[in-house]
Design a protein around this ligand. Sequence first.
Ligand code: ZN
Length: 199
Amino acid sequence: MHFLQRPADAPAELERLQNERPYGPWDASIPRQEIKVALQVMQGSHCAYCERTVGSDGHIEHFRRRADHPELTFDWHNLFYSCSNPNSCGKFKDLRAKRPVPYLNLIDPCHDDPEDYFDFLSDGNIVPKANLSSSQKQKALTTIATFNLQSLRHEREQYIAAWIGLMGNQEALRASLERMKASSFSTALFHLFGMRRSM
Ligand SMILES: [Zn+2]
């Protein structure tokens, strides 16, 4: 998870729906493709939470669930593009995370910089940074649990190892910052070399 700069302007069709019927319904008439493309541009075609590369199989995710906050159904600032893995990210939060979802204790990657809260380790783990206050630490842990980000530890570890193998050594990898940014799990790769993703 890393900071995402949300474009100020919502997709035109989304804004129209927000003005016409802010409480939904979120039905078959929704211009999903236009919204998806806008979110994919913002997120570089990665899941907002786990950072895996996600194609057309992802889904438009309501950070605050429609069931909990119907008034935010078409709110541009409430939408992300998430992978559809049932064991993590948006699907896990909506179906299997603790109820009620502790929204005020969740990191929103467009509001908070996740790299102020997390260290991504070379063994695939995500841990709260060492210098956090107790409330910040709680927010980091709640976010990891709500999106079940630790469930992807092995996948991250394998990915990091593959990158090291591919590039040969750390110096060569440092020369490939742009390639790293475009990769799955990009924040984990940056932290591996003691760098912030959102430079
Ligand atoms: Zn994901």
